[in-house]
Ligand binder design. Structure first.
Ligand SMILES: [Zn+2]
Length: 437
């Protein structure tokens, strides 16, 4: 990311390193936005973040629902965690310790994502959980593991980032409730029921539906997650699966990284009918920053441009240069949206579900396009500043930043205590063993 920035200059705005080339270019040439591109008018130069906003941000507990750094460390770094020194400001990616501190991140669900069609799902998720724990152990002054709401508050008070594990994709449990329990024992505290692909027991948002939501086994997965105190995560699942999970779950559910369907009709976003159910359930929808989930058609527009560039240039530096140049252009800035679009999604969820049911699920290091003003984990105070400008009180901003998800997580723990005292574990039907054993 900074390689691209280096070619166009860098601007430091109150500790938030931003690429403003497109914004500045627009500010210097005051051409009115064409009528068919009204969103261009939104990309004004970034205002200063007020001292009051910074104070409110620092006194809250920012608890981000989704960050894909572990997969980046696996695929772009090395398994020994030596290639990327997280204690220094990296010139790539969206997450490192200095930027987490600038952004005031106090608790983070680290995603132990694996692709939906991975040939070894359970083993690979175990390796990613192991990687998160080794990352936390490698930087003991910056991180500490957290497994409960009390842990989150204690670690945050100590000045470290409370680090939690979230499984992305129920494919990880390989259709086994014993495997689900093993993941809880390893420390996983949420699981998206699916990732992009429909499973044998749950329909995904971005695949053909096969079950009209959850199968009876899928309902047992939700019940067992309630009994364990693992948050049921409806990000990535179809609306029918969301509705089934809400019907079955006795504990608050979350969408760890999804935005509002009414403002951006991506299948990854949450429709209003589900937002109302989440409100009744006591759950939280945590807004995803990915441009394609924030601005209508952003994903399709970006894909079309990239396909055009790919057709024009063969593999190699010329293609990379063309993609980088486009990403710095005014047009790309317009397509990406801004932090204000993200605040619009928060406003909408507040309007439909209520102030107690919205949170932040950035998806940093898992996204390829992001809004102006929210370039990396150092930029969260920008959102607090915007919420303050929109008239949210300090108490409401604290709920959005993390109070709501902390409440839902605490409640899920209480429900688990009650269920464990009254109900036995859901047991798998043991599959027939191979002959000779
Ligand atoms: Zn995701």
């Amino acid at each position: 990311m900074n390689k691209r920035r280096a070619s166009v200059g860098r601007v430091l705005v109150m500790g938030c390193l931003l690429n403003l080339s497109g914004v500045i270019a627009r500010a210097q040439t005051p051409t009115p936005a064409p009528p068919d591109r009204p969103e261009a008018a939104k990309a004004d130069p970034l205002p200063m973040i007020s001292d009051r906003a910074r104070k409110i941000h620092a006194s809250g507990l920012l608890f981000d629902g989704h960050n894909d750094l572990p997969w980046r460390l696996r695929t772009e770094g090395d398994f020994d965690l030596k290639r990327f020194d997280l204690s220094r400001r990296l010139d790539s990616g969206q997450t490192d310790i200095p930027r987490l501190r600038e952004g005031g991140v106090k608790a983070q669900f680290w995603s132990v994502y694996i692709p939906s069609e991975h040939p070894d799902p359970a083993r690979t998720v175990v390796e990613q959980i192991d990687l998160v724990k080794r990352m936390v152990a490698r930087y003991p002054d910056a991180f500490a593991m957290a497994y409960s709401a009390d842990d989150v508050e204690r670690v945050a008070r100590s000045g470290k980032v409370a680090s939690l594990i979230g499984i992305e994709g129920g494919v990880a449990i390989e259709d086994s409730l014993a495997q689900l329990r093993a993941f809880h024992a390893l420390g996983a505290r949420y699981m998206t029921l699916t990732h992009n692909k429909t499973l044998a027991w749950a329909d995904a948002a971005t695949d053909s539906p096969r079950h009209d939501g959850l199968t009876p086994f899928g309902e047992r997965v939700v019940k067992e997650m309630n009994r364990l105190g693992m948050l049921v995560d409806i990000s990535h699942v179809s609306p029918a699966t969301m509705a089934d999970a809400l019907k079955v779950s006795q504990a608050p559910i979350i969408a760890s990284h999804s935005s509002a369907f009414a403002l951006c009709p991506s299948p990854r976003n949450v429709p209003d009918s589900i937002l109302r159910e989440v409100s009744r359930n006591g759950g939280v929808v945590m807004v995803n920053f990915y441009s394609g989930f924030i601005v209508p058609n952003a994903g399709a527009k970006v894909r079309a441009v990239l396909e055009e560039i790919q057709a024009k240039y063969p593999e190699g530096p010329a293609r990379r240069k063309a993609i980088a140049a486009w990403r710095q252009s005014n047009e790309a800035a317009t397509v990406r949206g801004t932090y204000r679009d993200v605040a619009d999604h928060i406003d909408h969820i507040v309007k439909i579900a209520g102030i107690d049911h919205v949170g932040i699920g950035s998806d940093f290091d898992g996204i390829t396009q992001w809004p102006i003003g929210l370039e990396d984990v150092s930029c969260f105070p920008r959102l607090t500043d915007e919420l303050l400008r929109r008239g949210y009180s300090e108490a409401d901003i604290h709920k959005i930043l993390g109070g709501n998800v902390l409440r839902a997580f605490r409640r899920a723990g209480e429900v688990a205590m009650r269920l464990r005292a009254t109900a036995p574990p859901e047991v798998d039907a043991i599959k027939e063993e191979p002959k000779g054993y």
